[in-house]
Design a binder for this molecule. Structure first.
Ligand code: AHG
Ligand code: MN
Ligand code: MN
Length: 327
């Protein structure tokens, strides 16, 4: 059998900074623990909802909270993380004052899918920390996506995989369930420039803005329409799973603004969904946009800020931006 490169060996080869390696190994350990809990599922009584709501008014699942706790524990213990912020916590948590990194995460993405045994994930973004004396300033988190030092996600599907970028390329690791180690299974994932597959929640169609209405309408016209080809559609409702499909076989993913979510500014969160996933997509040759501007260049205004997201095949995102300019 072919000998695969383990995550630790890969990190020692690719990353100079030992502190960053500690952070990434702590993230990987958290994902292994979350994966184990998910696989135990009903047997460990970890499915279902809690009474509580998170900062965004969403009902928390037991596994949202468990995953959050596992990440907080592993990251605080690694000694290289100054503070952590999460979808599930209103405010950041301080860890090691003089440590060099901040980590922001979505501990369990797509959590409405847990109880129906469909793929979910964990998304994370690693940023540089300021001096210890500045750590309590909320502005230290508001760094544009382009300043990410590392980002990635774990997908808990038929197999558990870790997709990681440390600044150059996007690499896929698969969890060997026999020894709980991630091994490199694909280097330099690439998203084709064009596609015939799109991903959007069609139930919101009547509430989208005109450029998105026009775009999807053209795709739906298929071979007989202006795009001259038939398109396929997929929507898992776990961003991790939908983006994973795009990194694996191409496509375009949209969670645009619609009337229902206009006041919130979008559905997906900038700091721990759009930025890390957008950076991976760009690193794999795709593009990420709000329709008007590249998401990675936005200066965040709030930790839990939401944003319209369009990402994937570069030509499709450029066409979407063209439609938004004309509007
Ligand atoms: P989370 O479970 O972390 O709150 O994220 C859910 C997000 C994202 O994963 C997915 O793309 C989207 O919500 C699905 O939204 P709809 O249910 O509106 O389709
Ligand atoms: Mn999410
Ligand atoms: Mn979540």
């Amino acid at each position: 059998m072919m000998k695969h490169t383990g995550l630790s060996v890969f990190l020692q080869r690719q990353v100079q900074d030992q502190a960053l390696i500690k952070v990434l190994e702590a993230l990987a350990r958290s994902c292994v623990r979350i994966s184990t809990s998910l696989r135990q599922g009903a047997l460990a009584d970890v499915l279902g909802a809690l009474e509580s709501e998170n900062v965004q008014g969403e009902t928390q699942k037991k596994l949202d909270v468990l995953s959050n706790d596992m990440l907080l524990h592993e990251l605080a213990a690694c000694g290289a993380v100054a503070a952590m912020a999460s979808e599930e916590m209103e405010d950041p948590v301080l860890a090691e004052g003089n440590a060099p990194y901040l980590v922001v995460f979505d501990p369990l993405d797509g959590s409405s899918n847990i109880d129906v045994n469909v793929s979910v994930g964990t998304i994370f973004s690693v940023l540089l920390a300021p001096k210890a004396s500045e750590l309590t300033d909320p502005c230290v988190w508001l760094q544009p996506g382009r300043m990410q030092v590392a980002a990635g996600y774990a997908i808990y599907g038929p197999a558990t995989q870790l997709i990681l970028c440390v600044g150059k390329g996007v690499h896929q690791f698969s969890l060997d369930p026999l020894n709980c180690q991630f091994v490199l299974t694909q280097e330099s994932m690439q998203i084709p420039q064009t596609t015939a597959e799109f991903s959007i929640n069609m139930s919101n169609q009547r509430m989208w803005e005109p450029p998105v209405q026009k775009y999807i309408d053209e795709l739906l016209q298929g071979k007989e329409g202006p795009r001259g080809k038939n398109y396929n559609m997929r929507w898992v409702a776990s961003m991790v799973a939908d983006v994973h499909r795009i990194l694996t076989r191409g496509g375009v993913f949209l969670y645009p603004l619609d009337e229902r979510i206009r006041v919130q500014g979008g559905k997906l969160r900038l700091m721990y969904e759009a930025n890390p996933m957008g950076w991976l997509v760009e690193q794999a040759g795709g593009r990420v946009s709000t329709g008007h501007t590249c998401i990675l260049d936005m200066r965040p205004e709030r930790l839990h800020q939401r944003v319209p997201v369009m990402l994937g095949a570069a030509e499709e995102i450029s066409y979407l931006e063209h439609l938004h300019q004309k509007d």
